[in-house]
Ligand binder design. Structure first.
Ligand code: PLP
Length: 377
């Protein structure tokens, strides 16, 4: 049976360009901190990748700090804000766990920025809240992601940046899901810190980056050698970083794909009673989150897997267990939150994959419905 992978938001397949760059890096010895020829060659690979990542997310290469992934980069921003005086954090209710949990663990007070039923951050709430900010809470810190990992809903980051800037605050943008899929320019968005992760755009797992603007001060959260200009100690993951750079350059060429194949599939699911989450809001072109009342996410994912299509439940958890999605719950979709699947394509996805997904889903759904149909009286 041929299988179709539609779980890019969990992790995208490696791009050939990344495999090639990593193979070259793996084949070469050298620590980028060494001054001999091998060290200099390793350093060149790291800096070439830094330029590529800067080209993808905007800003000078000197402000790109490589990390072990999106999770560490989010923690670096949040811990930096708290260490430099933010005592209260405003975090959108739909952030990834790496933001939610870092904020909760930071020691600062946390307030949740609400979202609409479509999953869009409520900027009127933000404006009102920052308008009565207590100076004793230090500098306002606001975390608002660029695109949500479950629904694909794109957030009004630029507008939020204006509000945050007027309050002299720090806007943190988790762009892990948007970078490489839609244009993601940290400067145009007005982000003070912005985070990306290689494996969501066709690079390797375990590498990410944070870029920062002039109004953000980063602190050291890892001590040791002076790598990454003293901001993140530890010998660089040269092969991973080289793969990240190659994937970033390749991703620049295929951003903003046509949403039509996704929308075609969505229409077929809706015809069979599914509800598309965030449908009325701008969304990533390759993400579909659809809930089918009464048909649990976990069961749907397993049945689709048996049919050869790999998708995920609304929220993929590291434990492999599925809990009701906090994103859909924040959208007020309580009952549907446990019945949603997320289908996400990317750089190698073909329109036929979306059609094959929809056809398989229709079959699985009609079998499921037949089995659970109430017996005739
Ligand atoms: N932020 C978002 C929106 C994500 O979707 C993810 C991964 O699922 C992360 C952060 C974490 O990134 P990483 O897996 O590189 O730690």
């Amino acid at each position: 049976m041929s299988r179709i992978y539609l779980d890019y938001n969990a992790s995208a397949p490696l791009r050939p360009e990344a495999i090639e760059a990593m193979s070259r890096a793996f084949a070469a010895p050298g620590n980028p901190s060494s001054v001999h020829a091998a060290g200099r060659a390793a350093r060149a690979m790291v800096e070439e990748a830094r330029n590529a990542v800067a080209a993808l997310i905007g800003g000078p290469a000197s402000t790109v700090v490589f990390t072990s992934g999106g999770t560490e980069a989010n923690a670096l921003a949040i811990e930096s804000a708290v260490a430099t005086g933010s005592k209260r954090l405003i975090v959108s209710a739909i952030e990834h766990d790496s933001v939610l949990e870092s904020a909760k663990a930071s020691g600062a007070a946390v307030e949740w920025l609400p979202v609409s039923a479509e999953g869009v951050a409520d900027l009127a709430w933000l404006s009102e809240r920052l308008g009565r900010w207590d100076a004793a809470d230090g500098r306002p810190f606001v975390a608002l992601m660029h695109a949500n990992n479950e629904t694909g809903v794109i957030q009004p980051v630029r507008e939020a940046a204006e509000i945050v800037r007027a309050a002299e605050g720090w806007l943190h943008v988790d762009a892990v899901q948007s970078a490489g899929k839609i244009v993601t320019d940290s400067r145009a968005l007005g982000a003070d810190t912005l985070v990306v992760s290689a494996h969501k755009l066709g690079g390797p797992q375990g590498v990410g980056a944070l870029t920062f603007g002039p109004r953000a001060t980063l602190v050291r959260r890892q001590h040791g050698g002076g790598q990454e200009r003293g901001r993140r100690a530890g010998t660089e993951n040269v092969a991973g970083i080289a793969g990240f750079g190659a994937a970033a350059l390749a991703a620049l060429k295929d951003q903003n794909t046509d949403p039509a194949p996704r929308d075609g599939a969505a229409a077929r699911l809706k015809a069979a009673g599914a509800v598309v989450m965030g449908e009325g809001a701008p969304r990533l072109p390759g993400t579909l989150c659809a809930a089918s009342p009464g048909w649990g996410s976990e069961l749907q994912v397993m049945q689709m897997d048996l049919a050869g299509i790999m998708v995920s439940a609304g929220s993929a958890c590291s434990s492999g267990k599925v809990k009701a999605s906090h994103v859909l719950t924040a959208m007020g979709q309580g009952d549907l939150a446990a019945c949603a699947i997320r289908v996400s394509g990317g750089w190698a996805t073909q329109p036929e994959d979306w059609a094959a997904f929809a056809a398989a889903w229709e079959q699985v759904q009609s079998r499921h419905a037949a089995r659970h149909r109430a017996p005739a009286a």
